[in-house]
Ligand binder design. Structure first.
Ligand SMILES: [Zn+2]
Ligand SMILES: [Zn+2]
Length: 371
């Protein structure tokens, strides 16, 4: 590969602003590799990061990355067991490889990837494009893979576009199975029918839940149909019906074992509904809200109902592997979720569409840099 070659990337340069820029093709040392991007999944986090960037540095966004290894150093291949031509999924966490969390496969908790606390942290889709060799995000033709990138083989029979769902599916495994303890005969309330809520639906169904209720708003009509196709037993439009009344009717007054919050921008409402919708004692709620304030937090109810609250924070190595196997099983019609593809020049439109302000009815958007 000639060093004069350039790599095109969509760079976030300011809030809600994207510019196409060129970067030099990186030198690939013996312990690193180069990924030719196929699909970068776009999620609700991208919508937030685009509107209110956590940094003023230019950033190549894209943290849910699938591609082929275009070039790999000999040490990279020997140590990691991958070769040129392999289709892979790259976790956005770039690990230190030494700490306890890394040894547990919990790269999400490694300090090396903690962009909030550690200014030198590397995380795909978050790290400044000013940091050499610049290619730290999936909205680009190529992505740089250092020795400590965490990568997974995409199983045979899984297309890059389908593999683009691995992140929400891995979150589904982590939050509903590992954190929520879903199993045989579990009853679950999933709030929010976006790609994350739909992925949770699939994992809960596969995990053995006997009752899955999905809530959404009036604009979610199409998503609710997909939720049903993926295994939801009931869907509730919270703007048309009182969701708590509905849930209690469905469960014969018992409430549910587990509540998963997959809403975006709904404030304190999903938490308040979750607390009331949980069973009489010892239910679990997995939450992902980041509000700084919660007036009248219902601590007394939570204590008296013996509710366990857990935080939904990304995924472990194991969750990714299980998600990839789930995709490879083709058991659920997940092509109903991968609704839209966009090219590199349409990153702005793609992110806005995922946020509900562009192309209508987007569930999951795949950014395909060569399109
Ligand atoms: Zn994401
Ligand atoms: Zn570590």
């Amino acid at each position: 590969m000639a060093t004069a070659e350039k790599v095109m990337a969509a760079v976030r340069t300011a809030p809600s602003t994207t510019e196409i820029r060129e970067y030099p093709m990186p030198e690939i040392a013996a312990d690193s590799a180069l990924l030719r991007m196929e699909v970068a999944g776009i999620c609700g986090t991208d919508v937030k990061l685009y509107k209110t960037p956590p940094t003023s540095s230019p950033v190549i966004m894209g943290h849910e990355n699938i591609g082929y290894i275009a070039k790999a150093g000999s040490e990279f291949m020997r140590r990691k067991g991958f070769k040129e031509g392999d289709l892979i999924f790259v976790e956005h966490y770039v690990s230190c490889g030494k700490c306890e969390w890394c040894h547990l496969g919990q790269y999400r908790h490694c300090e090396n990837t903690d962009w909030r606390k550690n200014p030198d942290a590397i995380r795909y889709g978050y790290t400044s494009a000013e940091k050499a060799p610049h290619l730290w995000g999936g909205f680009a033709q190529y992505v740089y893979l250092p020795w400590n990138a965490v990568i997974h083989h995409v199983p045979k029979g899984v297309t890059p576009e389908l593999a683009g769902l691995v992140t929400p599916m891995a979150n589904g495994v982590e939050w509903s199975l590992f954190d929520g303890g879903v199993g045989y005969n579990s009853t679950v309330l999933i709030q929010g029918p976006g790609q994350q809520g739909l992925s949770q639906t699939v994992i809960c169904k596969q995990g053995g839940a006997s009752l899955i209720i999905v809530t959404g708003t009036s604009k979610d009509g199409a998503r609710m149909q997909v939720a049903k196709a993926l295994g939801a037993d009931h869907v509730i439009d919270v703007q048309k019906t009182d969701p708590l009344e509905c849930i209690m009717e469905i469960t014969g007054g018992k409430g549910v074992d587990l509540v998963l919050d997959c809403t975006a921008g709904a404030g304190t409402l999903p938490i308040l509904l979750g607390v009331d919708a949980l069973k009489r004692k010892a239910g679990t709620m997995v939450v992902q809200g980041e509000m700084g304030e919660f007036p009248n937090f219902p601590l007394a109810k939570i204590t008296l109902k013996a509710i366990t609250i857990k935080s939904a924070r990304g995924h472990s190595y194991k969750a990714c592997e299980l998600a990839l196997e789930q995709l490879a099983s083709h058991r659920f019609p997940l092509e109903k979720v991968t609704t839209h593809t966009f090219g590199l020049k349409d990153v702005d439109l793609a992110i806005r569409s995922v946020g509900g302000h562009g192309v209508p009815d987007v569930i999951h958007a795949s950014l395909m840099p060569w399109k």
